[in-house]
Ligand binder design. Structure first.
Ligand code: AMP
Ligand code: ZN
Ligand code: ZN
Length: 438
């Protein structure tokens, strides 16, 4: 299969300077040598059909709660919403409302238990191995991921893609990697990320990616450290809004037929109280654990810990995995553990404390991961504007699994069946998608 297997990785062939991105505005090509390490996998040129397709720039603002834009006067985002489509009451993340599960849901249309990233860190009883977002070996190993990410779908249909970071983009999944991608590095400035996206759009038509993802780490960091209502978080909200404004100006100047879609993965809430540590209520001897996830090895162990935790504390409920409420979509994957503990409020829950002799750290001021139905603070953001979208549309809160068929439609791609449906957002499209609605 084209582009499969080892694929060769040339060092960055693309260039970006921090001054780039203003190129169109200044009427000149600012391509220059880069310090941004971009990987290039040669999948050949865009097909003739792909060259005729529109461009989608999919932006994620990590932890940008649904109400931040209005609250903090994020003028560029609000303008995009006004000129295009907006979810003023937010978009519903999938459970758990964490970064990797939701980013990967957005690009696969699958609930976490169907795409496999059921948390940021988890254990797989069948593999007898652990996945963690801080473990580069796991993150780049495609065997952890199911589904067909949008970039793999596009590449398989002759369309080139690029990821300026996105969970999953560093692994070969469903036979492909993005044609251009970068290894995650928090220290790469958000300005440089925007500049790289605009550089990609200046490539010759044959090489120019039609789907581009862009990930901003803010305002999630500030939300955790200082809490959602802190001045630092509000400043970060305005900062990323300014960057979206710069991106939008660059896209407008390109004169390309683009759809700009800005989403977030989840919201943020203020944490209430200190740690709730499960092994204070139940003997977890013999259990693998990851965060608050519990992996009982035998049926007797699972039942014993379930019984011990059942009436242990008001901060959580516990279920045998098969009995987790259906709305949570958290009962079908062994990686979810058994029994399953679900917070009843904004509490910091963990299976175990630090190892003996190691210092403990208080929970962060802000957190997420909770059930969005229980906690509206978990709701994410959604703004979109572009050539395929009707102006001045608002949509009611919708589940983020529905983005995938909608994005695939805008790119002219044939999408596989997923947990999402094109019907949910079809009303926002100039061409209502009736022909391809699932
Ligand atoms: P959380 O907000 O707790 O769900 O985790 C978010 C963390 O994921 C942030 O600290 C980010 O720096 C980190 N992160 C985001 N994207 C990636 C990525 N592609 N690879 C590794 N870590 C990432
Ligand atoms: Zn996040
Ligand atoms: Zn976070």
């Amino acid at each position: 299969m084209r582009g499969r297997a080892a694929g060769w990785f040339a060092p960055a062939i693309l260039a970006v300077g921090l001054a780039a991105g203003g190129g169109w505005l200044a009427g000149q090509d600012t391509r220059s040598e880069t310090s941004l390490p971009v990987e290039h996998v040669d999948h050949g040129a865009n097909s003739a059909a792909a060259r005729k397709a529109h461009y989608v720039v999919l932006v994620s603002l990590d932890g940008f709660r649904w109400d931040y834009a209005k609250r903090d006067g994020a003028t560029h985002l609000l303008e995009i919403g006004k000129e295009g489509v907006w979810a003023p009451e937010g978009m519903l993340p999938s459970f758990p409302s964490l970064t990797f599960p939701n980013h990967y849901t957005i690009v696969t249309g699958l609930y976490p238990e169907h795409h496999g990233l059921v948390a940021n860190s988890f254990y797989d009883p069948a593999k007898q191995a652990r996945y963690a977002i801080s473990d580069a070996k796991a993150v780049t190993d495609g065997s952890w991921y199911s589904g067909v990410p949008l970039w793999s779908l596009a590449e398989s249909q002759g369309m080139r893609t690029a990821c300026m970071f996105w969970p999953g983009s560093e692994a070969e999944i469903a036979g492909y990697r993005p044609t251009y991608y970068a290894h995650y590095d928090d220290k790469i400035s958000e300005e440089a990320r925007v500049a790289q996206v605009l550089e990609w759009l200046k490539l010759p038509e044959e090489e120019r990616p039609h789907l581009i993802t862009l990930y901003f780490s803010e305002p999630d960091h500030e939300g955790h450290e200082f809490g959602p209502d802190a001045e630092q978080t509000r400043t970060a909200v305005r900062k990323v809004d300014g960057l979206v404004g710069k991106l939008k100006a660059g896209l407008d100047a390109s004169k390309l037929p683009v759809d700009l879609v800005v989403v977030s993965d989840h919201g943020m809430t203020k944490v209430d109280g200190g740690w709730v540590t499960l092994d204070q209520f139940a003997d977890l001897n013999g259990f693998e654990t990851a965060g608050a996830l519990l992996y009982g090895k035998t049926e007797a162990d699972r039942e014993r810990v379930y019984t011990a935790l059942k009436k242990a504390a008001p901060e959580f409920k516990v279920y045998r995995r098969r009995n987790v409420p259906g709305e949570l979509r958290y009962s079908e994957n062994e990686r979810e553990g058994d029994p399953v503990v679900i917070a009843t409020g904004p509490y910091a829950i963990r299976a175990r404390g630090p190892e003996a002799g190691k210092p403990d750290k208080a929970p962060t001021a802000g957190a997420h991961g909770y059930d969005p139905a229980l906690m509206p603070e978990m709701k994410a953001s959604f703004f979109a504007e572009g050539v395929d979208l009707l102006p001045g549309h608002t949509v009611l809160p919708f589940e983020n699994v529905n983005l995938y068929p909608w994005l695939a439609h805008m790119l002219g791609l044939r999408a596989p069946k997923t947990d999402g449906s094109l019907n949910v957002l079809a009303g926002t499209l100039r061409d209502d998608g009736a022909e391809t609605a699932q």
